[in-house]
Design a protein around this ligand. Sequence first.
Ligand code: PEP
Ligand code: MN
Length: 341
Amino acid sequence: MDIIVLKPDTSEENIRHILKKLESKGLKTNVSQGTERTIIGVIGDTSKVTEEEEDAIRAITGVENVVRIVKPYKLASRDFKKENTEISVNGTVIGGRKIQVIAGPCAVENRTMMVDIAEKVKAAGATFIRGGAYKPRTSPYSFQGLGEEGLKYLAEASKKTGLPVVTEIMDPRDMDVIMEYTDIIQIGARNMQNFRLLLEVGSVNKPVLLKRGLSSTIKEWLMSAEYIMSRGNHEVMLCERGIRTFETATRNTLDLSAVPLLKQMTHLPVVVDPSHGVGKLDLIAPMAKAAVAAGADALIIEVHTNPEEALSDGEQSLKPGLFAKLMQEMKPVAQAVGREI
Ligand code: PEP
Ligand code: MN
């Protein structure tokens, strides 16, 4: 809300009224009277002026337009912090030169499969393991995850491989138990605007992987990151996982343009999930490579030893062999854009 453009012929009285309103919010003003137009420059910390207050200023007689220069997502914005945020998890850095790869099953199904998949993705070069213990399923009759038992298997797989864990939280009531077992807390697409949950993860001392909502704009997504950061937790990474469009040939439409765009708008690391992004096995490798080329800091990829029998997302899970092949294929792409994988 940094510049207010007034309508021609706005009376002095109206101008005074507008200035008074702004000053009552603790802001300073600078009126610049041109031949055609009068413009009010607003000086001070305007980031705390809410969109509702901005709309209210728009409603004052004489105001033609309000142009906001300071972003509503202050802490997350590149203007606030110029350098890239690097998030270190036991020494493995997300947001640095090396692109990190998070791999594992959609859901933790049992101990053997979790440990087996973890060992295989580690051998292929993955640097984190993933697996859901609390699953956000469309149907209440689908497999909902193993809960704490699943977290224990993840911890066991992590201990065996040395790879840190990424797992999803759906309910603030699970926070204590999840904090015990995970290294990065995932907020799923369906919860991107669960503001109470965002505030909860904002109050803990663990990095957060914030997935983009199914139909969320980039601005809404950054506002959700802002919710987390506003509580003090600045270790947030944004994960593009595809959005809903009219297209039905793929599960979602993977918005890779979000990657370079976010790099301009925010200092936070950007992660891409090609698995949920396209939902089709054959498309995952090309989109993973495209994500690397676009500047992603990390990838999150679903891998399963027996996709046919998977309890969720089998159709988009790579077998370990294909995952290992993809890891090799991504290397020259990373090198071409000045990164390594
Ligand atoms: C997941 O990563 O398993 C998941 C449920 O993803 P999303 O929230 O992006 O649908
Ligand atoms: Mn999944």
